[in-house]
Write a protein that binds this ligand. Structure first.
Ligand code: SAH
Length: 298
């Protein structure tokens, strides 16, 4: 067996061989303090769950490259805190519901959906990602933390939007760092119930996306309600309400929302063609592959 010195964490001085970069008992003190200051206090049990989640993420990331962020403090600040900053909006839009359903599109390592689930256990959370290894990681965290009412699904958002088990099914849809607004709206709006709300954290420079985004919203039966800057001054949260049913032509087939985004000249041309297609033959329902089948296949 190779002997090696325990490495020392530069900030908290922790020494452990299993996770040389982090003390497994660390309390995410910084995150906890900022969250409390911003009005989203976390319980000791939630901090403990976040610490275990962070350690699993760092562990898997060393092998599977789940996220470019590998520094434990950056995980806390950029991934966890960024996700937690959606909580006031989540609370505002779910105050009258006991177990609201949230879908996180392109969840990746679980941001924001899995962090929100830890902070608000009453949420029924579905995390969807197109990549199998990310979905296997998400399922691992769900299992290890023993989370109820949390599902990880391997699928493309466009497939879910044509699957009757998911279409019109969610009270909230979130997506972080996945695509420009018009594309996100075409993914998300078919999946929301009428009256449901999409929450999309974005950078500060949003003017162009808001212009194409509002045209896209119009086509999809939705409207952009606000795009306020969140605490930390690095993010604007775009809030989009589904006002009426999304036409059956949307989402267009896989790949088209990205190639010809709604609200752009390209999108307008393909939109007309797709509506003709949809009018002549309705798209067959497609089923999402659950994580279990993704596991069986690997
Ligand atoms: N939301 C996470 C991950 C962002 S990376 C975070 O904030 O860190 C974008 C993720 O979206 C990738 O994991 C990619 O696999 C997924 N993705 C991109 N387009 C998708 C689509 N159409 N359907 C499902 N997942 C998608």
């Amino acid at each position: 067996m190779i002997e090696r010195e325990p490495a020392m964490h530069p900030v908290n001085g922790a020494t452990t061989l299993e996770h040389p970069w982090v003390n497994a008992d660390a309390t995410l003190a910084l995150l906890s303090a900022i969250a409390a200051r911003e009005g989203v206090p976390l319980s000791a049990a939630q901090i403990d769950q976040l610490a275990r989640y962070r350690n699993l993420l760092l562990d898997w990331n060393a092998r599977f490259n789940l996220t470019a962020i590998t520094d434990p403090l950056e995980v806390e600040r950029r991934l966890f805190l960024d996700s937690l900053r959606l909580l006031p909006a989540i609370d505002q839009f779910t105050s009258d519901q006991s177990s609201p359903r949230l879908l996180d599109i392109g969840s990746g390592g679980g941001f924001p959906g899995l962090v929100l689930k830890i902070a608000r256990p009453a949420l029924d959370v579905t995390l969807v990602d197109a990549t199998g290894k990310k979905v296997r990681f998400l399922q691992e965290v769900i299992d290890r933390l023993g989370l109820d009412a949390a599902q990880a699904v391997q699928a493309r958002a466009e497939e879910l939007g044509r699957d009757e088990r998911y279409r019109d099914a969610f009270d909230l849809v979130a997506a972080r760092a996945v695509a420009p607004l018009p594309i996100l709206l075409e993914y998300a709006m078919p999946l929301l119930r009428v009256g449901g709300v999409g929450l999309f954290p974005k950078g500060l420079d949003l003017a162009a996306e808001l212009t194409t985004g509002s045209r896209a919203a119009n086509l999809l039966g939705a409207r952009i309600e606000s795009s306020a800057t969140l605490p930390g001054e690095e993010t604007r949260l775009v809030v989009v309400r589904k006002a009426k049913p999304t036409p059956a032509a949307y989402p267009r087939r896989t790949g088209l929302p990205t190639r010809a985004p709604l609200g752009t000249p390209d999108g307008a041309a393909t939109g007309r063609r797709e509506r003709r297609r949809a009018g002549s033959s309705a798209s067959p329902p497609m089923s999402a592959r659950a994580v279990t089948s993704a596991r069986d296949a690997s």
